[in-house]
Design a protein. Structure first.
Length: 319
C-alpha cells in the first residue's frame, strides 16, 4: 500500500527528485495529458530533467502543450504517475517503466495505492486541480502555457464545467488560470466546439449500434476495432462519444463498449447522480467516479454485455 501524502510531503519529494518521468494513462485524455504537461513545464523551469511517457500517441489537438515525450533519452530517477487510477491503465507498451512508481497524483477515489507515495484528493474534479495546488505551494509561476495545460485538464474532466463534479473550487481555480493567461476562448473552441471528420464518423457508427435496456433506463453503444479503423478516428474522438448514450432522455445509465486492438473491451459508464457508476465498474474489476467510471473486459462481446447488464440491473434496483 502507498504512503498517503499531503501536498507538502509530495512537493518535498518532487523538489528532491531529478530525471523525472511523468507517466500518463493509456488512451490519454485532457486531464492526464494536461496535468503531466503542467508538471513537465514546472520541473523544467526548476532546471530538472523531465519527460512525459504514454503507451498511446498523444492526440494532435493537444500539440499546444509543447510536451517533450520520453524516448529513452535519460535514465529515470523518479517516476510519477499522473491521473492513473490503477496499474492496468498504464498499458503494456510502457510496462518496463511502470513496475515501480515513486509518486502517484490522482483524484480517483478507487485508486488502490500502487505507488510508493500517493497524493490523492477524491473531491477534486480533476487531477489538474491537485497539480495546481501543488505548483502554487511550490511558488511556481503559473505561466500562460502552464495555465493552458491545467485549464485543459479541468475543463475536459468537467465537460466544460457542466458535469456534477464541478465545484466552487473548480471555478475558483479556473478563474486564477484565466488571470494567469490561459487562452480559454481558443481552448474551448479546440476542445468543445470543433469536431473532426473522424469524430462525426464514429458518432454515426456508434448510434447505429444503440440498444435500450430496462425500459429505456439503460442505453448501450458498441464499437468494434474494425469500425474504429474504418472511421479513422483518434483516441480523443472516441473518448468524446462516451456521453452519447447517457445524454438520451430517460437514460440513467449510458454505456460505451469499445473493442481494443488486442480484442478486449474498454467500457465507459456514465450515470445520473442517482446511480453509482463506480460501483458498477468495481464489480467488473474497474473503478472511477460516482457518475463516470470504466473497466476492461475479456472474452466475447456477448459475455461482456451480459456481465455489464447484470451489474446495471443490480444498480438500478438499489436506486
Amino acid at each position: 500500500m502507498s504512503e498517503i501524502l499531503e501536498i507538502t510531503a509530495a512537493l518535498s519529494r518532487l523538489l528532491k527528485a531529478d530525471r523525472v518521468l511523468l507517466v500518463c494513462h493509456k488512451n490519454p485524455d485532457g486531464d492526464t495529458i494536461g496535468s503531466a504537461a503542467a508538471l513537465y513545464h514546472a520541473l523544467r523551469g526548476l532546471g530538472k530533467t523531465a519527460a512525459v511517457l504514454c503507451a498511446d500517441p498523444i492526440p494532435a489537438r493537444y500539440a499546444y502543450m509543447e510536451l517533450r515525450l520520453y524516448t529513452g533519452q535519460f535514465a529515470p530517477g523518479y517516476t510519477v504517475a499522473v491521473d492513473v487510477a490503477g496499474i492496468q491503465l498504464f498499458g503494456d507498451a510502457v510496462a518496463e517503466y511502470t513496475r515501480e512508481i515513486d509518486l502517484c497524483i490522482d483524484h480517483h477515489p478507487s485508486n488502490p495505492g500502487y505507488a510508493r507515495g500517493l497524493l490523492l484528493d477524491g473531491e477534486a474534479a480533476a487531477t489538474a486541480e491537485i497539480v495546481y495546488e501543488l505548483l502554487t505551494a511550490a511558488g511556481t509561476e503559473i505561466t500562460p502555457l502552464i495555465a493552458d495545460c491545467l485549464y485543459t485538464g479541468i475543463s475536459t474532466d468537467t465537460g466544460c464545467f457542466k458535469f456534477s463534479n464541478t465545484t466552487a473550487r473548480t471555478h475558483e481555480i479556473a478563474a486564477k488560470l484565466i488571470r494567469a493567461g490561459a487562452h480559454t476562448v481558443l481552448l474551448n473552441e479546440v476542445l468543445f466546439e470543433s469536431k473532426s471528420r473522424g469524430r462525426l464518423a464514429i458518432e454515426r457508427i456508434a448510434l447505429e449500434s444503440l440498444e435500450y435496456h430496462f425500459e429505456g433506463r439503460c442505453a448501450m453503444i458498441f464499437l468494434t476495432k474494425e469500425q474504429v479503423a474504418q472511421a479513422g478516428a483518434e483516441t480523443v474522438d472516441i473518448e468524446g462519444i462516451t456521453s452519447l448514450p447517457r445524454n438520451i432522455e430517460g437514460v440513467e445509465v449510458g454505456i460505451t463498449v469499445r473493442q481494443q486492438p488486442a480484442g478486449s473491451y474498454k467500457v465507459s459508464v456514465r450515470t445520473t447522480p442517482r446511480v453509482d457508476a463506480a460501483a458498477i465498474c468495481a464489480h467488473l474489476g474497474g473503478g472511477g467516479h460516482r457518475q463516470a467510471a470504466g473497466c476492461e473486459l475479456l472474452g466475447s462481446l456477448d459475455n461482456a454485455k451480459t456481465a455489464l447488464l447484470t451489474e446495471v440491473e443490480k444498480a438500478l434496483c438499489r436506486e
